[in-house]
Ligand binder design. Structure first.
Ligand code: SAM
Length: 340
């Protein structure tokens, strides 16, 4: 197994299949217009599957499709089917905003996709209008219901918690998820790429969320995790309901991070905060052999020393990571290009 300089294994790969999105969430794509990756640079399904196979041969066992909005990519079930067929893939998941999920849930399930995470920041349609500039809240709920009907178990709901925006909905979201047979992951608002409006005051910390939920439900107990690399810490309420918190902003977990990210144009990022990625599209398209590409991946990971979120924690006057000009100069710095 390939390990980096901090002995972290190459375990999980997030594959962004497009940088386009049909929402404009305030914490991710708040600007009016964006610089998109050139169309001809976007990897084909065959190219993605080849890279995925090489990553898996080096130790990756978890794949997650993301974006942008992955369901905007035409015929995504064809790709999930190709990835599901790679020997060694133990977990094949997708993160989606759910807008287009209702129509595709069944085909995705049949293709071999194992798990779905749906991003849902509010249960109130009018809030979504303000937060994500969309009035398609009902489509997200329909997508969650359809995924369940299609057969997806262990569904997760991702909620980015922002002070004064949706921090009064924690319990409502837990109850909603329970009704859907799903589990919520509350995510601390992160100062990643596209979060140009980020400020520390808007972050609701894990500690605050736990206090809030303990007031409502009573004692909240941490759950021991068997998976040391899992980004979420999980908790149990007195009635047995479970939920998770991803505290990447106030309590980063870089020391156990086994995740890397492949953008839709084949740039490989070893950390969500990394300034630069490794170009895998060029060797892929210039005829490099499997062994040559494997060597690039293996050398890249072996040299990895990134601890992006921990380093951000030590920045005294912390603001948005990038200003808009820097993001326009290199769209790969955007969260919607890197994938979440
Ligand atoms: N479009 C898909 C979706 O909405 O789930 C996948 C891509 S999105 C970038 C992946 C995840 O990143 C989402 O759950 C989103 O809430 C999260 N995310 C984006 N910007 C974030 C930020 N500034 N802080 C924390 N999480 C963020």
């Amino acid at each position: 197994m390939v390990r980096d300089t901090l002995s972290r294994p190459l375990g999980s790969l997030r594959i962004s299949v497009t940088d386009r999105c049909n929402l404009r969430c305030r914490y991710c794509m708040p600007e009016q217009d964006y610089v998109w990756l050139p169309k001809e640079s976007i990897l084909t399904f065959e190219e993605i599957a080849r890279l995925a196979r090489l990553f898996v041969s080096l130790g990756v066992s978890k794949l997650r499709l993301t974006g942008g909005e992955p369901l905007l990519r035409h015929d995504l079930p064809a790709l999930s089917g190709m990835l599901a067929g790679i020997p060694g893939v133990q977990d094949l998941a997708m993160t989606t905003n759910g807008l287009l999920l209702a129509k595709q849930a069944e085909a995705l399930y049949r293709s071999g996709l194992q798990r779905v995470t749906v991003s849902l920041d509010t249960l109130r349609a009018e809030r979504m209008r303000d937060l994500a500039r969309s009035d398609r809240h009902a489509d997200v709920l329909a997508g969650i219901a359809a995924a369940r009907t299609a057969g997806f178990g262990r569904m997760k709901i991702n909620t980015v918690v922002m002070r004064g925006v949706n921090d009064d909905e924690l319990a409502d979201l837990i109850e909603f998820a329970k009704g859907q047979g799903a589990e919520v992951r509350f995510i601390e608002y992160m100062d990643v790429g596209g979060a140009t409006g980020w400020s520390a005051e808007q972050v609701v910390s894990q500690r605050e969320m736990l206090q809030d939920l303990a007031q409502r439900y009573g004692p909240v107990a941490p759950i021991e995790s068997a998976d040391a690399a899992a980004p979420a810490e999980r908790f149990r309420l007195p009635d047995g309901t479970t939920f998770g918190i991803i505290a990447s902003t106030t309590a980063p977990f870089c020391r156990s991070c086994d995740r890397s990210r492949l953008t839709a144009d084949g740039t490989w990022f070893l950390c969500l905060y990394a300034a630069r990625g490794i170009d895998l599209r060029e060797p892929l398209r210039s005829g490099a052999s499997d062994d040559e590409i494997r060597a690039i991946i293996s050398q890249g990971w072996t040299a990895r020393s990134d601890r992006g979120a921990e380093e951000r924690l030590s920045v005294a006057q912390r603001g948005a990571l990038y200003q808009i000009d820097a993001l326009r100069a290199d769209p790969r710095r955007e969260m919607h290009t890197r994938g979440g």
